[in-house]
Design a binder for this molecule. Sequence first.
Ligand SMILES: [Zn+2]
Length: 447
Amino acid sequence: MQSSLVRFDLGIRAGLLLPMKHGKGEVRNQFFIGIKDHYIAEIAPFRENHISACEKFLDLKDQIVLPGLVNAHTHLAMSLFRGFEDDLPFQEWLFDRIFPLEAELVDANFVKVGTRLSALECIRFGTTTVNDMYFFPEATAEVLDQAGMRAIVAKPFIDFVMPDEKHLGVNPIPGRAERFKNFYEKYKNHSRIQPALGPHAPYTCSDELLKQIVELSDEYGVPIHMHVSETKGEVEESIKKYGKRPVKRLHDLGILRENFFAAHMVHVDAEEAKLFSKAGSKVIYNPDSNLKLSSGIAPIAEYRRENILVALGTDGAASNNDLSMFGAMDLGTKLQKVSNHNNTAMVALDALNLATYEGARALGLGNKIGSLEVGKCADLISVRMDYPHVKPLYSVLSQLVYAYQGLEVDTVICDGKILLEKGVHQTLNAESIYSDVEKMRHLIKRV
Ligand SMILES: [Zn+2]
């Protein structure tokens, strides 16, 4: 029975607390976080009597507690293609291998199995929020909801008939707006899952399709998530076909807006960056994917100087090959240092910002998550400190970005609910997911 002294559903003692409030990297010692009804209700120096004020109390006195990480660009179901078609040229990888494989294999069950595997990995690596784009978004949203994660789930749009439209008859394309409406209606009031529009990329979307996206975004007030200027070839093709570079074309079509999230933005000229900044659109930096597919290095330090908000992502597991935001923070920071020939072009605090405070703001979630503050949603993680590669500890920021790898994550809480406790999943059954993945592996191998 609850005593009247119990004021919190869940309480945590943090040995070291990195709240990322206002994007600052201040660290506090031995702090208490009290959670009530999904929200952070108290943050204060820890006292012994905090323990009895909590229905459940987690003593993380030897751990670092920080906001849940935000992975701003994923195709979760693609984890089933992890390592399957590596080391091919980008055009061949996407058009000759991935697209045909998807056309042949992807159905709602495929998406559920792949998304479950990815949710398992995201949670294990301390990610509480994802910004996803993939076929069968209804299946993705359902799995993420069950896993207890927070997500923006974009319904994809592309010039050709997609795997989730194959069963809809001869020409399913005109019915897309209606199907988006159904998806929107289902999730518009959900506390953790938010619907979005996902036009795949400028090179796979006609002007006509992009005009439809603008109309739908205006009508429903939902964000647009798109791959933009990922490769040099994409820019050259755009100039040949439309007489302009991709970002300029998107600007002229009226698609650039505050809730436009552009993944990659590797090949962008100064005029385009200005147009993008003026529109208040956001960049999603995917360092691992950009390197693995030899796309290039996005000028992130420059974008941030132009006051463009930047979020950080892993991209799908087929082009990374893992979903660790710790890996993305480490690599993303080092790439900016080397491409700018300047060791301070991006520092550890910048990386943590992209993965938490700034990333959340970029995705329009800054009032809910991204930092640990009273009144915000209780999305937080802890990492253990008893490993050789994270000792000795001089700087929490340096250690998290340059030394931690992800598996040190011990506790994950999203919306006040524990998803991982002492490294053990609380909402997903790993063994049954691995068994489903194994069945799917045999299926994929045969194609
Ligand atoms: Zn992508």
